[in-house]
Design a binder for this molecule. Structure first.
Ligand code: GDP
Ligand code: IMO
Ligand code: MG
Length: 425
């Protein structure tokens, strides 16, 4: 339904909430899906009809019958990885060239950005962020310091621009004492092939295109990557990514005005996970954490790394909802808790001085979570088809979350498949 506004869908925790699945589920209600930030650090998983796909830079609206999918200016794109991802989809019969539009203002991740990512991480030693190694930080750094290379540059004096940027990066790597360039030529060659491949796509002024579509009555869903706690301004800095993952990122990453934002769908797991380093107040180091990891298959879609697991953190979620202006919540992976005796939710933090707070403080390294316990529902819900089947204990948990977070839950996901989705009336 078109309301003259775009809807935004984004993660409220530390990423991997299940954004890809839900964008796919919601796409039939929209004409356009537009990704607004991040890059191949993202891994958005979709499952339907026995197939599983992991998307990195390509929006999650491509599987729902020829809808327009747009990669916005806020995204950083690695041509070689993009080519790999798109060709894999072509092999399975999904031709993207007619439906995928790419902003000329999106920035390119160069092979040297990926080396810089590794070099900066190595220089940080034990304080490293635990990045995905995809060159995200260095590419956004170049963008902000006005040194970036953009998609639009591939049609205009590209070789010279590339050479100048590469030379600058090599100087920086030299200053960092970096000497590992193994396999670089091969990577660079593939990257150049990726640039040629990129030329076959519709490279557009996506800010004009999206606003014109909106004016002509089309409906648009904006897809975020990562999660609010990885936002460069409001996340658990410095253990964050290098973009604005919050709702405002849809404005800057697509060129839509703040008065054009309609519904903001905030996605959360029924528990919480994080990959990489950094604070995580409700992290569990015991067998409960291990059980969540095993049942929820909590391993990174991009790097295969073990995801850290813990209970849902309502202090953190309330903060994200505030920053993002969330209007509707979507709860994912509740099925992972189906067999638990007891389920906990963090409702406050105890600070070092012994006081309690429900406002996310500047430092969350040494806060102690205060939990409320709920009896588990102990019911396999993965084959349920409507909300009337939910057991009472589950309804009580959901009601508590909605009341505490002061936001309605509109979808509950009970398994990875497209079909395992319950829309709440
Ligand atoms: P994204 O980055 O936010 O798109 O999330 P990821 O794809 O990285 O991680 C979510 C993982 O959970 C994927 O493996 C999904 O297939 C899976 N998933 C999504 N929703 C559900 C659900 O409701 N239950 C279960 N068990 N798995 C889910
Ligand atoms: P999706 O879109 C989970 C994390 C990394 C690291 C930090 C910085 O699938 O939810 P970067 O490579 O971005 O410089 O890494 O951010 N990170 C993610 N964690 N899901 C993601 O994306 C992530 N993208 C980056 O693990 O801690
Ligand atoms: Mg992911």
């Amino acid at each position: 339904m078109n309301t003259g506004k775009v809807d935004v869908l984004l993660g409220l925790q530390w990423g991997d909430e299940g954004k890809g699945k839900v964008v796919d589920v919601l796409t039939p209600h929209y004409d356009v899906v537009a990704r607004f930030q991040g890059g191949p650090n993202a891994g958005h998983t979709l499952e339907f009809q026995g197939h599983k796909y992991v998307l990195r830079s390509i929006p999650s609206g491509i599987f729902q019958g020829g809808k327009t999918n747009s990669i916005g200016n806020g995204v950083v794109l690695a041509p070689d990885l993009f080519m790999e991802e798109a060709k894999e989809l072509e092999k399975s019969g999904h031709d993207l060239k007619s439906i995928l539009h790419i902003s000329k203002k999106a920035h390119l991740i160069m092979p040297t950005h990926r080396i810089l990512d590794r070099a900066y991480e190595a220089a940080k030693g034990k304080d490293k962020v635990g990045t995905t190694g995809k060159g995200i930080g260095p590419t956004y750094t170049d963008k902000v310091s006005r040194n970036g290379l953009r998609v639009g540059d591939i049609t205009n004096g590209f070789s010279d621009k590339y050479a100048a940027h590469k030379a600058r990066h090599m100087q920086m790597l030299k200053a960092l004492g970096w000497s590992d360039f193994e396999g670089f030529e091969e990577v660079e060659q593939k990257w150049m092939q990726g640039v040629e491949y990129l030329r076959q796509f519709q490279l557009v002024d996506s800010e004009h295109e999206l606003n014109n579509l909106l004016r002509s009555g089309k409906s648009i869903l904006c897809e975020g990557a990562q999660g609010t706690m990885l936002d460069v301004d409001f996340g658990s800095y410095p253990f964050v990514t290098s973009s604005n993952t919050i709702c405002a990122g849809a404005c800057t990453g697509l060129g839509v005005g703040p008065n054009k934002i309609g519904n903001v769908f905030g996605i959360m797991k029924a528990y919480c996970t994080r990959v990489g380093a950094g604070p995580f107040p409700t992290e569990l180091f015991d067998e409960t954490g291990a059980a969540i990891r095993n049942i929820g298959h909590e391993y990174g879609a991009v790097t295969g790394r073990e995801r850290r697991c813990g209970w849902i953190d309502l202090v953190q979620l309330r903060y994200s909802i505030m920053i993002d202006g969330v209007t509707k919540l979507i709860m994912m992976k509740s099925d992972v808790l189906d067999s638990f005796e007891t389920i906990k939710a963090c409702v406050a933090y105890k600070l070092k001085d012994g006081s309690l707070t429900t406002e996310l403080p500047y430092e969350i390294d040494d806060v102690e979570p205060v939990y409320k316990e709920f009896p588990g529902w102990k019911t396999d819900m993965t084959k349920f088809t409507h909300q009337e089947q939910f057991p009472e204990a589950f309804n009580n948990y959901v009601k508590f979350l909605e009341d505490y977070l002061e936001t309605p839950i509109c979808i509950i996901s009970i398994g990875p498949d497209r079909e395992q989705t319950i829309v709440i009336k």
